[in-house]
Write a new protein. Structure first.
Length: 80
């Protein structure tokens, strides 16, 4: 699975750094380092919608305060 986080200027201001750090932590805690590739990308073109994150090309809008729910509902189920 590949998770890509937008690190462009707009998403950076909305918390992309916290999203990346939070994903790194959760991936490590769940021992998924060998199953998830975490990458960054500049502007995904949906700047008004929050931090843009894709999972294998499917786009989501994530905020630092919604990261736990995103990881539980979107990331973990795809790995089963």
């Amino acid at each position: 699975m590949k998770i890509t986080v937008c690190i462009g200027s707009s998403c950076h201001l909305k918390g992309s750094r916290q999203i990346v750090e939070g994903l790194q932590q959760r991936i490590h805690e769940h021992e998924l380092d060998d199953r998830i590739e975490l990458a960054g990308a500049f502007c995904m073109g949906h700047c008004a919608e929050g931090v843009n994150v894709t999972i294998d090309g499917e786009r989501f809008s994530v905020h630092p305060e919604t990261l736990d729910g995103f990881f539980s509902s979107e990331v973990l189920p795809r790995l089963k």
